[in-house]
Design a binder for this molecule. Structure first.
Ligand SMILES: *Cc1c(COP(=O)(O)O)cnc(C)c1O
Length: 227
């Protein structure tokens, strides 16, 4: 008998099982964890398949790629999360499709969002490295940035987003995010969402309290065209 390669549905089911299992171990309700399927590098047809499989939240990191994809699938009930580094002059283009911005990391972006004056859900991206070029606000600047977001009526501050640095135990990286979140909630009690955990480390993220996972390759497979 020839074994066939796992399909998109198989991979999605497998991730859902692993999420449910980690939630059980953590004593958490899996239904309180949103899996954002990261569809970068993949065509609109894959987004359509995911929607048919019950996926409601998708994530993209490049405005140039995501805009056309979202336009092609605008008949579907999807929430688009923007998760990539964002230039202020691209804010309007991103808001044409995304209602959640997970990568807000500096005051100039908050100013651009204020000017755009549309309702947006904001996650502040926390930089867990010492490298300021990695994207994300330095932990020491988090509260100042949060205060700026809270001052803009069209913005709803949901919480924090972070990527575990390479070469570090992801569980300890995510524990730092959880600590920062507790600090943030002392000035913004509703900002309790935690977007952390990717294909390789979502179990650790769930154990540390992630409410949003951003999972690409474990569900979508590798990039098409061998790229
Ligand atoms: C690509 C990407 C992901 C998903 O990564 P996988 O390892 O494919 O699951 C998550 N978060 C961000 C910010 C990304 O750019």
């Amino acid at each position: 008998m020839i074994e066939s390669a796992p399909t998109l549905a198989d991979r999605l089911a497998s991730v859902r099982e692993q999420v449910a299992d980690a939630a059980r171990v953590a004593g958490r309700d899996a239904s309180a964890i949103t899996t954002v399927v990261v569809t970068k590098f993949h065509p609109a047809s894959l987004v359509r398949e995911l929607s048919a499989l019950g996926v409601t939240d998708v994530g993209e990191n490049r405005q140039q790629d995501a805009g056309p994809k979202a336009a092609e699938t605008s008949d579907l009930a999807l929430t688009w999360h923007f998760i990539g580094q964002l230039q202020s002059n691209k804010v309007r283009a991103v808001l044409e499709f995304a209602s959640v911005l997970q990568s807000v990391d500096r005051a100039s972006l908050v100013d651009a969002l204020q000017t755009a004056n549309q309702p947006v859900q904001v996650f502040l991206q926390l930089n867990l490295t010492e490298d300021p070029n990695r994207g994300g606000v330095a932990p020491a600047d988090l509260v100042g940035l949060a205060e700026r977001v809270l001052a803009v009526p069209c913005l709803s501050l949901r919480g924090l987003m972070a990527v575990a640095p390479l070469g570090v135990d992801p569980r300890s990286a995510f524990a730092r995010v959880r600590d920062a979140s507790e600090h943030l909630q002392s000035i913004a009690p509703g900002a309790n969402a935690l977007s952390m955990g990717m294909s390789g480390d979502f179990r650790a993220a769930i154990l540390e309290g992630a409410t949003h996972l951003r999972i690409g390759t474990a569900i979508t497979g590798n990039r098409p065209n061998g790229g």
